[in-house]
Design a protein around this ligand. Structure first.
Ligand code: GH3
Ligand code: MG
Ligand code: MG
Ligand code: MG
Length: 295
């Protein structure tokens, strides 16, 4: 595996690197804590073996910095030290180090410590994968594969946080027309099929940067970043037309749409207001006969 070594003494570092190479690993030698930290911020090392005493950033300083990055994959740290004694070990553990190696390094011990690191990193990776899967599941609608309301809100807030000030964003709120009667006539299974088909049409009639979500039973939303009101209304109309003109196996399915656009700079919390406004426009579409888009 790729292993990052931090040691201010070149001969010690090289000897360790050489030993690791002999075991089939790919070591990278940094001559200070600062250099190791700079490399870690750019690269993807999961195992660091660091000298304790170095001028400038020490091994424990480096461990603390590594632990302060909560969002990154877990980095396993082994502190290399000539120092011994209980107090030092406690300080090392307190800084977030996972293990110790005493100098001069015993190669058999090095092998064992690395195999422990690999085992723990393996468990960590599995947990990280499962967490990522759970996160994805929590924000995805299982019926259509679109984002659900939670995923939609999270993505909209992320857009609000990173958005260029002053550019308007638009939101289209969509609701399938007379869907209760569709279900009552053809059954819930056929209704689900129709919802999946609507989702597919939404997906294919939107751009990569748009966010499409199923926010309720037969309710969908499309977020259009950096899109002004006239463009958004045109896009909503195109979506409506795509649904209405699709080849429906049972009876034509139509949707009504409501469009809302931010006026000023996009602010946190604005998404709730925007949804409400789009829903009001949607209600207008329903009242004026359905199968249409209003702003
Ligand atoms: P409107 O044109 O005013 O929107 O009429 P509507 O019948 O679509 O409105 P209403 O809100 O009364 O009915 C929505 C229906 O959507 C009720 C429910 O049976 C159906 N529905 C909601 N979620 C699902 C789902 O997951 N699967 C299926 N098959 N039907 C669903
Ligand atoms: Mg040193
Ligand atoms: Mg509805
Ligand atoms: Mg409806």
């Amino acid at each position: 595996m790729e292993i990052l070594i931090a040691d201010d003494q070149r001969t010690t570092g090289l000897a360790l690197a050489w030993a690791l190479e002999g075991m089939g690993h790919v070591p990278r030698l940094a001559s200070s804590g600062e250099e190791a930290w700079a490399l870690l911020r750019k690269g993807e090392w999961r195992l660091v073996i660091t000298d304790w005493v170095m001028p400038g950033m020490s091994g424990t300083d480096l461990c603390r910095l590594i632990r302060s990055r909560a969002d990154r994959p877990y980095v396993y740290t082994i502190i290399l030290t000539g120092l011994s004694g209980r107090v030092n070990r406690l300080e090392g553990l307190d800084s977030g180090a996972d293990d110790f190696l005493t100098k001069p390094v015993d190669h058999e011990e090095l092998k064992v410590r690395i195999s422990i690191a690999r085992r723990i990193l393996g468990v960590q990776s599995e947990l990280e994968e499962r967490n990522a899967l759970l996160r994805a599941m929590a924000s995805t609608d299982p019926l259509t594969g679109l984002a659900n309301r939670r995923g939609f809100q999270a993505a909209a807030e992320a857009l609000a946080d990173g958005g260029a000030a002053g550019l308007p964003h638009s939101l289209i709120s969509l609701d399938v027309d007379h869907f209760k009667s569709y279900n009552d006539t053809y059954g819930h299974g056929a209704g689900d099929e129709a919802l999946r088909a609507v989702a597919a049409i939404l997906r294919s009639s939107t751009r990569r940067d748009d966010l499409v979500a199923r926010v309720g039973g037969e309710e969908f939303a499309v977020l259009l970043p950096e899109t002004n009101a006239p463009t958004a209304l045109r896009r909503a109309e195109a979506i409506r037309r795509a649904v209405a003109s699709a080849d429906w196996p049972r009876r034509p399915v139509t949707i009504s749409a409501g469009v809302a656009t931010t006026r000023l700079a996009w602010e946190p919390g604005a998404i709730a207001g925007l949804l409400e406004e789009a829903d009001r426009a949607l209600y207008q579409s329903k009242r004026s006969g359905r199968d249409r888009a209003c702003h």
